[in-house]
Write a protein that binds this ligand. Sequence first.
Ligand code: MN
Length: 264
Amino acid sequence: MRTIRRRDVLKTAAAAVAGGAAGNALLAQAQAPQRTPFTVAATFIPIAGSGEFFPVRRIYCIGRNYAAHAREMGSDPTREPPFFFQKPTDAIQIAPPGETIDHPYPTLTKNYHYEVELVAALAKGGRDIPVERALELVFGYTVGLDMTRRDLQRAMGDEKKPWEIGKSFDRSAVLGPLQPSSKVGHFAQGVIWLKVNGQTKQNANLNQMIWNVAEQVSNLSRAFELMPGDIIYSGTPENVGPVVKGDIMDAHIDGLPDLRVKVV
Ligand code: MN
């Protein structure tokens, strides 16, 4: 957690120009022009029960965080540390509770998979956050779908290439409005399920996560400086599977509003 004042940014940037080693990231901010030829939309998530919106900075996703899912993906859950990938912020598609949103079947895939996940949103940042303090960073939670072009993800994995095309495409990050942790608390346990056309496909408990949210935040903060606006998809349980056009997915976590998504 820190605040960067503009004057300090400019000072640091000047030092970088003068040959200082640090400050390259800040230089880009300091030189951001006041006028631009076009605008790029920022991404926001509605905050439930308020008129406010949560501005999104980065989307981190945890891979293979439930033992049974790690096994179904072909890895050994007892030996593997948590790993992370990102989705672009504009991949977010909001699913308001009580509504059925249309979710377009994406291009290029013939094996389009759901992954239901708990999503944590951070209002504070920092580096090297101890596990005991990690939940202080969390602003709130929601239910999310880490939608995946599984055939493309697997093909890239087989070739030892990045997963981007399988994971980081448009509307691949479906989620509901954020529920502030001041109201709903934190989520160490609770049933998590996903149904397709009323039939249960995934059904597990958050207490089966290999790394809980506090451990995820702590781990991430050793690899990246976390910042307000970062959100974390905390991994999916076993029994991921495909959907096709016309399917309706219902996603649930105890203590949070359900999502309903129609693939069109
Ligand atoms: Mn996932």
